[in-house]
Design a protein around this ligand. Structure first.
Ligand code: ATP
Ligand code: MG
Length: 262
């Protein structure tokens, strides 16, 4: 990055949040299936749980909003399936329409807006450094709109190498040129299979070699997460068990680390 682009990026970050109370957190990773939707919905649940407890004014909307920008509306469908009293945040349907998110971002009642994004497959892998590789599509426009107001990006990666290149591409080609601070989170650590944490240590070393900030410990792989979408459940609502507590702790840790970076 040249000095002038680095300066521009720093200025972009500084001006991003001026004049609003809401912080925008975008969950982004080019590779499909790394856990973006699972992380967006559960981090919103953890943030919403803490926010609701400290917010006595029930008349206003929730300080935490979850939004999805994919045309399929994964996040909205997930939230729609959750019992209303169990949902500690508001959610919004955009289906890649632009113009909806900026009005929520400007709402002074909102504190955290957590945005789920689709795996963006139509990128130009040979795009020049600093050039926008997002291409031309409805989804790309929606993504650009979110990135313009994003205060922090959460980038999931898995112990399996299948997501590593895309993690790097997302950070180097999408986030760094825009000056968006980011946080890498390891998802789907299989404590039962990865004896001695060999695989986990490899991915941690790969992240640390690049000096990418990361959540200290991974989100573990649990079967309960796999059925959460169809069951309309959030990590804050899992029926109490040892696994449920561990699962909740994993997402609470992400939410806490996120808060420290905002
Ligand atoms: N920690 C986990 N443990 C077990 N299963 C998980 C975990 N995280 C995600 N999954 C499962 O992996 C699959 C992919 O997760 P998810 O849909 O959140 O990924 P995504 O990045 O949003 O995918 P896409 O790019 O297609 O939108 C889902 O079936 C989900 O239930
Ligand atoms: Mg998804």
């Amino acid at each position: 990055m040249t000095t002038s682009t680095a300066l521009q990026a720093a200025t972009d970050t500084a001006t991003r949040a001026v004049g609003r109370t809401a912080k925008v957190i975008v969950v982004i990773q080019q590779k499909g299936g790394a856990g973006k939707s699972t992380i967006a919905v559960n981090v919103a649940a953890c943030a919403g749980r803490s926010a609701v407890l400290s917010n006595s004014d029930e008349a206003t909307g929730s300080p935490v909003v979850a939004a999805g920008i994919d045309v399929q509306g994964t996040l909205e469908k997930w939230c729609a399936g959750v019992r209303e009293e169990a949902l500690p945040f508001d959610y919004v349907v955009t289906k890649s329409k632009t113009g909806i998110l900026p009005s929520i971002v400007a709402d002074p009642e909102r504190r955290r807006i957590i945005v789920d994004t689709p795996g963006f497959m139509d990128v130009d892998p040979d795009a020049e450094w600093g050039a926008d590789p997002l291409g031309k599509s409805r989804t790309a426009d929606a993504l650009r709109e979110v990135l313009e107001v994003a205060d922090l990006a959460i980038v999931p990666i898995t112990p399996s190498k299948i997501t590593w290149d895309e993690c790097e591409f997302t950070i180097e080609q999408i986030l760094k040129p825009r000056g968006i601070p980011f946080l890498v989170v390891i998802n789907m650590h299989d404590a039962g299979k990865d004896k001695g944490e060999k695989q986990l240590n490899k991915v941690k070393a790969w992240i640390d070699e690049r000096n990418y900030p990361r959540v200290a410990d991974p989100i573990r792989r649990y079967t309960i997460h796999e059925h959460a979408y169809e069951n309309g459940t959030l990590v804050t609502e899992y029926r109490m068990s040892g696994t449920a507590l561990n699962a909740r702790e994993d997402f609470m840790r992400v939410a806490l680390t996120m808060e420290q970076m905002l």
